[in-house]
Design a binder for this molecule. Structure first.
Ligand SMILES: C[S@@+](CC[C@H](N)C(=O)[O-])C[C@H]1O[C@@H](n2cnc3c(N)ncnc32)[C@H](O)[C@@H]1O
Length: 245
């Protein structure tokens, strides 16, 4: 596990970006719709980041929530929130690429994990970590950079508060740069990596996760506004799978 993770440098900025409308109107409702009724479920949030979704699932009635992230700074933010308003969530620093069996969870939430895999082997490592921590019949739900997005849509999300760019033609391992301008004129960002949708399907099936599929993002109808442009060739996608029973 590295001493220093990319998100150690951008923990505060990333946490602030959770308030952007595309996250509250599209990302969160898509994730909650996929998770369904979590009351009474044991949940692993991998990666938990600052704990935004760990807290949401605890408040929605999960029996237990465990959050794991590679970044010390992100986990510290999550732990600080837990100290301020305890929900019984346990957090730890860990690498999702080599997570041992720490439980047999009913539900694993992976909000932007798999898009850090640069190769099929790295995606396999993530998928195996998920499989070894799901109980038989347990569910995986998550969000991801959308590998199905048409490349000509890249970079056209300025009105939503960010840009998404790729250099050259999309191929396995292509770096996808997300960049968020800040009010003070500076900006912050992070890199995701592209792998073909078919690679995802093959890797999850090999890991013993059945029915892997990307699920189109939705917009919360109560939020108002016209999100049809964002949802067409949407930069983000839901996903789901199940561990074979
Ligand atoms: C885009 S953030 C998402 C955080 C959270 N899931 C959310 O939706 O708010 C991506 C997170 O993945 C974490 N991450 C990246 N690679 C990881 C790995 N190999 N193991 C665990 N966490 C990782 C980063 O530290 C960062 O907090």
């Amino acid at each position: 596990m590295p001493d220093h993770a990319e998100y150690d440098d951008i923990a505060a900025e990333y946490a602030a970006s959770k308030q952007l409308p595309f996250r509250t109107v599209v990302e969160a409702p898509t994730l909650f719709s996929l998770a369904g009724d979590v009351r009474g479920l044991t949940v692993l949030d991998l990666p938990c980041g600052d704990g935004t979704y760990s807290r949401a699932l605890a408040r929605r009635g999960a029996a237990s929530v465990t959050g794991i992230d590679l970044s010390h700074a992100m986990v510290e933010r999550a732990e600080a929130a837990e100290r301020d308003a305890p929900l019984g969530i346990r957090y730890a620093v860990g690498d999702a690429a080599e997570l041992p069996a720490i439980g047999a969870f009913d539900l694993i939430l992976t909000s932007y994990l798999f898009n850090y895999a640069r190769t099929r082997a790295e995606l396999q490592a993530f998928a195996r970590s998920v499989a070894r921590n799901l109980k038989p019949g347990g569910r995986l739900v998550g969000m991801n950079d959308n590998p199905r997005t048409a490349p000509d849509r890249f970079g056209s999300y300025a009105t939503y508060g960010f840009s998404r760019t790729v250099e050259g033609p999309l191929r396995a391992g292509s770096r996808i740069r997300y960049d968020f301008p800040k009010a003070d004129g500076t900006h912050f960002g992070f890199d995701n990596f592209w792998l073909a949708p078919a690679t995802y399907e093959e890797v999850f099936a090999e890991a013993g996760l059945t029915g892997f599929r990307f699920v189109d993002a939705i917009a919360d109808p109560a939020a108002g506004g016209d999100w049809s442009d964002f949802l067409r060739d949407c930069p983000i996608t839901g996903l789901e799978a199940r561990r074979e029973a």
